[in-house]
Design a protein around this ligand. Structure first.
Ligand code: ADP
Length: 263
Protein backbone atom coordinates (compact mmCIF):
# COMPACT_ATOMS: atom_id res chain seq x y z
CA UNK A 1 0.00 0.00 0.00
CA UNK A 2 1.64 3.23 -1.22
CA UNK A 3 0.20 5.41 1.56
CA UNK A 4 1.75 3.30 4.38
CA UNK A 5 5.00 4.42 5.97
CA UNK A 6 7.43 1.73 7.07
CA UNK A 7 10.51 2.03 9.23
CA UNK A 8 13.02 -0.59 8.08
CA UNK A 9 15.95 -1.85 10.19
CA UNK A 10 18.65 -4.36 9.37
CA UNK A 11 19.79 -6.29 12.46
CA UNK A 12 22.18 -9.16 12.94
CA UNK A 13 20.46 -12.44 13.71
CA UNK A 14 21.92 -15.25 15.85
CA UNK A 15 25.43 -14.02 15.25
CA UNK A 16 25.77 -14.88 11.56
CA UNK A 17 22.58 -14.02 9.64
CA UNK A 18 20.89 -10.71 8.97
CA UNK A 19 17.25 -9.87 9.69
CA UNK A 20 15.21 -7.12 8.07
CA UNK A 21 12.59 -5.68 10.43
CA UNK A 22 9.79 -3.50 9.04
CA UNK A 23 7.58 -1.51 11.39
CA UNK A 24 4.43 0.32 10.29
CA UNK A 25 4.87 3.90 11.54
CA UNK A 26 2.05 5.47 9.50
CA UNK A 27 0.06 6.46 12.58
CA UNK A 28 3.07 7.86 14.46
CA UNK A 29 4.13 9.95 11.46
CA UNK A 30 0.57 11.18 11.02
CA UNK A 31 0.34 12.23 14.69
CA UNK A 32 3.71 13.97 14.51
CA UNK A 33 2.57 15.90 11.44
CA UNK A 34 -0.73 16.86 13.09
CA UNK A 35 1.11 18.13 16.16
CA UNK A 36 3.53 20.14 14.01
CA UNK A 37 0.68 21.63 11.96
CA UNK A 38 -1.23 22.49 15.11
CA UNK A 39 1.67 24.38 16.68
CA UNK A 40 2.34 26.17 13.38
CA UNK A 41 -1.33 27.15 13.08
CA UNK A 42 -1.66 28.43 16.64
CA UNK A 43 1.57 30.41 16.31
CA UNK A 44 0.43 31.90 13.04
CA UNK A 45 -3.03 32.81 14.35
CA UNK A 46 -1.62 34.51 17.45
CA UNK A 47 1.20 36.23 15.61
CA UNK A 48 -1.12 38.34 13.44
CA UNK A 49 -2.88 40.23 16.28
CA UNK A 50 0.37 40.39 18.27
CA UNK A 51 2.18 42.02 15.34
CA UNK A 52 -0.50 44.72 15.16
CA UNK A 53 -0.27 45.41 18.90
CA UNK A 54 3.52 45.40 18.83
CA UNK A 55 3.51 47.86 15.92
CA UNK A 56 1.38 50.36 17.82
CA UNK A 57 3.20 49.96 21.11
CA UNK A 58 6.60 50.46 19.49
CA UNK A 59 5.65 53.49 17.44
CA UNK A 60 3.55 55.22 20.09
CA UNK A 61 5.11 57.44 22.75
CA UNK A 62 3.59 59.19 25.77
CA UNK A 63 3.55 62.42 23.73
CA UNK A 64 1.82 60.85 20.69
CA UNK A 65 -1.18 63.09 19.91
CA UNK A 66 -4.43 62.06 21.60
CA UNK A 67 -6.14 61.79 18.21
CA UNK A 68 -3.79 58.97 17.16
CA UNK A 69 -4.35 57.16 20.45
CA UNK A 70 -8.11 57.41 19.90
CA UNK A 71 -7.76 55.80 16.50
CA UNK A 72 -5.44 53.08 17.74
CA UNK A 73 -7.25 52.00 20.90
CA UNK A 74 -10.27 50.30 19.23
CA UNK A 75 -7.90 48.35 16.95
CA UNK A 76 -5.77 47.31 19.91
CA UNK A 77 -8.86 46.26 21.84
CA UNK A 78 -10.14 44.26 18.86
CA UNK A 79 -6.82 42.42 18.44
CA UNK A 80 -6.61 41.68 22.15
CA UNK A 81 -10.15 40.34 22.06
CA UNK A 82 -9.21 38.14 19.11
CA UNK A 83 -6.33 36.57 21.02
CA UNK A 84 -8.54 36.16 24.06
CA UNK A 85 -11.21 34.33 22.03
CA UNK A 86 -8.60 32.14 20.38
CA UNK A 87 -7.15 31.04 23.72
CA UNK A 88 -10.64 30.49 25.16
CA UNK A 89 -11.59 28.28 22.20
CA UNK A 90 -8.27 26.41 22.32
CA UNK A 91 -8.77 25.61 26.00
CA UNK A 92 -12.39 24.57 25.40
CA UNK A 93 -11.34 22.31 22.55
CA UNK A 94 -8.48 20.78 24.47
CA UNK A 95 -10.71 19.98 27.46
CA UNK A 96 -13.30 18.41 25.13
CA UNK A 97 -10.66 16.37 23.31
CA UNK A 98 -8.94 15.00 26.38
CA UNK A 99 -12.32 14.21 27.90
CA UNK A 100 -10.96 15.35 31.28
CA UNK A 101 -14.22 17.16 32.06
CA UNK A 102 -16.84 14.72 33.34
CA UNK A 103 -20.07 14.51 31.35
CA UNK A 104 -22.83 16.45 33.09
CA UNK A 105 -25.92 15.34 31.24
CA UNK A 106 -29.16 16.72 32.67
CA UNK A 107 -32.66 17.03 31.18
CA UNK A 108 -32.45 20.19 29.09
CA UNK A 109 -35.27 22.35 27.82
CA UNK A 110 -33.99 22.81 24.27
CA UNK A 111 -36.66 25.36 23.27
CA UNK A 112 -35.72 27.63 26.15
CA UNK A 113 -32.00 27.23 25.46
CA UNK A 114 -32.45 28.11 21.79
CA UNK A 115 -34.39 31.27 22.74
CA UNK A 116 -31.51 32.43 24.95
CA UNK A 117 -28.97 31.75 22.17
CA UNK A 118 -31.03 33.65 19.59
CA UNK A 119 -31.43 36.61 21.98
CA UNK A 120 -27.64 36.67 22.43
CA UNK A 121 -27.16 36.72 18.65
CA UNK A 122 -29.00 40.04 18.35
CA UNK A 123 -26.26 41.62 20.45
CA UNK A 124 -23.33 40.22 18.49
CA UNK A 125 -20.72 42.61 17.18
CA UNK A 126 -21.21 41.32 13.63
CA UNK A 127 -25.01 41.22 13.78
CA UNK A 128 -26.41 42.88 10.66
CA UNK A 129 -30.16 42.94 11.15
CA UNK A 130 -30.76 39.39 9.94
CA UNK A 131 -34.20 38.22 11.10
CA UNK A 132 -33.69 35.08 13.21
CA UNK A 133 -36.73 32.84 13.62
CA UNK A 134 -37.25 29.94 16.00
CA UNK A 135 -39.09 26.88 14.76
CA UNK A 136 -39.81 24.67 17.77
CA UNK A 137 -41.55 21.53 16.53
CA UNK A 138 -40.86 19.29 19.48
CA UNK A 139 -41.83 19.49 23.13
CA UNK A 140 -39.24 16.89 24.07
CA UNK A 141 -36.25 17.71 26.24
CA UNK A 142 -32.72 16.46 25.65
CA UNK A 143 -30.26 14.77 28.02
CA UNK A 144 -27.35 17.10 27.53
CA UNK A 145 -24.56 19.07 29.11
CA UNK A 146 -26.20 22.51 28.97
CA UNK A 147 -22.97 24.51 28.82
CA UNK A 148 -21.51 22.37 26.05
CA UNK A 149 -24.75 22.35 24.09
CA UNK A 150 -25.05 26.10 24.41
CA UNK A 151 -21.52 26.62 23.17
CA UNK A 152 -22.06 24.29 20.17
CA UNK A 153 -25.35 25.82 19.05
CA UNK A 154 -24.10 29.36 19.71
CA UNK A 155 -21.19 28.67 17.40
CA UNK A 156 -23.58 27.62 14.63
CA UNK A 157 -25.90 30.60 15.11
CA UNK A 158 -22.98 33.03 15.34
CA UNK A 159 -21.53 31.56 12.14
CA UNK A 160 -24.86 32.02 10.37
CA UNK A 161 -24.79 35.67 11.46
CA UNK A 162 -21.15 36.10 10.42
CA UNK A 163 -21.42 34.49 7.00
CA UNK A 164 -24.70 35.91 5.69
CA UNK A 165 -25.37 39.35 4.29
CA UNK A 166 -27.54 42.04 5.89
CA UNK A 167 -31.22 41.19 6.37
CA UNK A 168 -30.78 37.60 5.19
CA UNK A 169 -33.09 35.32 7.24
CA UNK A 170 -31.78 32.66 9.61
CA UNK A 171 -33.84 29.84 11.15
CA UNK A 172 -33.07 27.81 14.27
CA UNK A 173 -35.21 24.69 14.59
CA UNK A 174 -35.81 21.81 17.03
CA UNK A 175 -37.42 18.65 15.77
CA UNK A 176 -37.87 15.09 17.05
CA UNK A 177 -39.49 11.90 15.78
CA UNK A 178 -39.33 8.16 16.47
CA UNK A 179 -35.75 7.93 15.25
CA UNK A 180 -34.11 10.79 17.13
CA UNK A 181 -33.92 14.55 17.26
CA UNK A 182 -32.13 17.41 15.59
CA UNK A 183 -31.33 21.05 16.12
CA UNK A 184 -30.73 22.83 12.80
CA UNK A 185 -29.41 26.27 11.97
CA UNK A 186 -30.27 27.30 8.44
CA UNK A 187 -29.17 30.42 6.63
CA UNK A 188 -29.57 31.81 3.16
CA UNK A 189 -26.05 33.16 2.82
CA UNK A 190 -23.56 32.44 0.07
CA UNK A 191 -23.24 28.73 0.90
CA UNK A 192 -20.20 26.48 0.76
CA UNK A 193 -18.73 24.44 -2.11
CA UNK A 194 -19.03 20.64 -1.71
CA UNK A 195 -15.23 20.14 -1.70
CA UNK A 196 -14.94 22.01 1.64
CA UNK A 197 -17.77 20.31 3.53
CA UNK A 198 -15.82 17.33 4.87
CA UNK A 199 -13.02 19.53 6.15
CA UNK A 200 -15.01 22.28 7.89
CA UNK A 201 -14.74 20.67 11.33
CA UNK A 202 -10.94 20.49 11.15
CA UNK A 203 -9.20 22.90 13.47
CA UNK A 204 -8.39 26.19 11.68
CA UNK A 205 -9.94 25.11 8.40
CA UNK A 206 -11.61 28.05 6.67
CA UNK A 207 -13.16 28.41 3.26
CA UNK A 208 -12.06 31.99 2.83
CA UNK A 209 -9.31 32.82 5.28
CA UNK A 210 -9.39 36.59 4.81
CA UNK A 211 -13.12 36.83 5.18
CA UNK A 212 -13.31 34.48 8.13
CA UNK A 213 -10.70 36.31 10.16
CA UNK A 214 -12.16 39.74 9.35
CA UNK A 215 -15.48 38.31 10.56
CA UNK A 216 -13.74 37.65 13.87
CA UNK A 217 -13.62 33.86 13.74
CA UNK A 218 -11.00 31.68 15.40
CA UNK A 219 -11.37 28.76 12.98
CA UNK A 220 -12.14 26.48 15.93
CA UNK A 221 -15.93 26.83 16.20
CA UNK A 222 -16.97 23.82 14.14
CA UNK A 223 -14.24 21.65 15.67
CA UNK A 224 -15.80 22.45 19.05
CA UNK A 225 -19.29 21.60 17.71
CA UNK A 226 -18.05 18.24 16.41
CA UNK A 227 -16.49 17.28 19.75
CA UNK A 228 -19.52 18.36 21.77
CA UNK A 229 -21.74 16.22 19.55
CA UNK A 230 -19.42 13.24 19.86
CA UNK A 231 -19.74 13.53 23.63
CA UNK A 232 -23.53 13.40 23.18
CA UNK A 233 -23.38 10.42 20.79
CA UNK A 234 -24.63 12.82 18.13
CA UNK A 235 -23.42 13.94 14.73
CA UNK A 236 -23.09 17.17 12.77
CA UNK A 237 -24.52 17.03 9.25
CA UNK A 238 -23.78 19.95 6.94
CA UNK A 239 -25.80 20.58 3.85
CA UNK A 240 -24.85 23.45 1.59
CA UNK A 241 -24.25 24.52 -1.97
CA UNK A 242 -22.89 27.76 -3.42
CA UNK A 243 -25.65 30.36 -3.64
CA UNK A 244 -28.08 28.21 -1.66
CA UNK A 245 -27.20 29.00 1.94
CA UNK A 246 -26.12 26.46 4.52
CA UNK A 247 -27.82 24.09 6.92
CA UNK A 248 -25.97 22.76 9.97
CA UNK A 249 -27.90 20.03 11.80
CA UNK A 250 -26.95 18.48 15.14
CA UNK A 251 -28.46 15.00 15.28
CA UNK A 252 -29.09 13.17 18.56
CA UNK A 253 -30.07 9.55 19.12
CA UNK A 254 -33.56 8.70 20.40
CA UNK A 255 -32.20 7.52 23.76
CA UNK A 256 -31.13 11.10 24.59
CA UNK A 257 -34.74 12.36 24.47
CA UNK A 258 -36.84 12.75 27.60
CA UNK A 259 -40.34 14.03 28.24
CA UNK A 260 -40.54 17.61 29.32
CA UNK A 261 -40.35 18.18 33.03
CA UNK A 262 -43.05 20.38 34.55
CA UNK A 263 -41.65 22.72 37.15
P1 ADP B 1 -14.54 30.46 12.04
O1 ADP B 1 -14.14 30.90 13.39
O2 ADP B 1 -13.55 30.80 10.96
O3 ADP B 1 -15.94 30.86 11.69
P2 ADP B 1 -15.54 27.72 12.17
O4 ADP B 1 -14.84 26.47 12.58
O5 ADP B 1 -16.72 28.13 12.99
O6 ADP B 1 -14.44 28.86 12.13
O7 ADP B 1 -15.99 27.58 10.66
C1 ADP B 1 -15.05 27.10 9.69
C2 ADP B 1 -15.32 27.74 8.34
O8 ADP B 1 -16.57 27.25 7.83
C3 ADP B 1 -15.49 29.26 8.38
O9 ADP B 1 -14.25 29.92 8.33
C4 ADP B 1 -16.32 29.50 7.12
O10 ADP B 1 -15.46 29.53 6.01
C5 ADP B 1 -17.18 28.24 7.02
N1 ADP B 1 -18.54 28.46 7.54
C6 ADP B 1 -19.01 28.15 8.77
N2 ADP B 1 -20.31 28.44 8.90
C7 ADP B 1 -20.70 28.94 7.71
C8 ADP B 1 -21.96 29.42 7.17
N3 ADP B 1 -23.07 29.45 7.92
N4 ADP B 1 -21.98 29.84 5.87
C9 ADP B 1 -20.85 29.80 5.11
N5 ADP B 1 -19.66 29.38 5.56
C10 ADP B 1 -19.57 28.94 6.82
Amino acid sequence: NASRQLEIKLVSYMGNGRLLIARDVTQTVKLQRMRRDFVANVSHELRTPLTVLKGYLESFQPDTPAEQWHQALPVMQQQTQRMHLMIKDLLALSSLETGEKPLMHTPTNVGQLLKVIVDDAFHLEHYRQQPISLDLQSEKWLMADVDELRSAISNLVFNAVKYTPDNCPITVSWHSDNFGAKICVTDQGEGIEAKHLDRLTERFYRVDKGRASSAGGTGLGLAIVKHVLQRHEGELIIDSAPGEGAKFCCHFPLKKLVDKIDV
